[in-house]
Write a protein of this length. Structure first.
Length: 163
């Protein structure tokens, strides 16, 4: 049976989602997208939009062997907004029954670039090494893939593309 992994880059405005499988110890990108929520709507309406998207992913691509997201609140200055907490909560609720693995942003950067302080473009460049034909429309999409790749590397489920 094929194993599937859901990677998440969460925000209230533009969350990113990626579904990966493993074939012969290589990651295969099955789905990658972001959604944009309407800033003029209430948090409740925006969260409902995110929940509906995650419900559809769960239905279309689940079950998942792991759900992985960037640790949203590793630093008081980063993502520590009411919206950020609410998005994490709606994801926890929508994906109840799954253990959700959180990985620190610096761990993702270090894992993929060997630099825990790499910028978003360096991370995206490394993700593109894994999936050169993928056109990431936003860094939210490449970040969702990056967090999933980091988990797969950490768990020794895939071979490192760097050799």
């Amino acid at each position: 049976m094929t194993k599937r992994y859901l990677g998440l880059d969460l925000s209230i405005s533009r969350p990113g989602f990626a579904v990966l499988e493993i074939k012969r110890r290589k990651p295969v990108l099955i789905f990658c997208r972001h959604i944009k929520t309407n800033a003029k709507l209430s948090h409740g309406d925006r969260l409902a939009h995110i929940k509906a998207h995650v419900d559809a992913l769960r239905y279309d691509y689940g079950p998942f062997d792991a759900v992985i997201r960037e640790k949203a609140f590793h630093n008081a200055r980063v993502n520590a907004t009411a919206g950020g907490y609410k998005v994490a909560g709606i994801i926890d609720y929508t994906l109840r029954g799954y253990d959700i693995v959180e990985i620190a942003n610096s761990t993702v950067k270090k894992s993929l670039t060997d630099n825990g302080r790499a910028d978003k473009w360096e991370v995206e460049r490394e993700v593109k090494r894994w999936f050169p034909s993928q056109d990431f429309k936003t860094d939210d999409e490449s970040d969702a893939v990056a967090v999933c790749l980091t988990y797969l590397l950490r768990e020794n489920l895939i071979n490192d593309a760097r050799g």
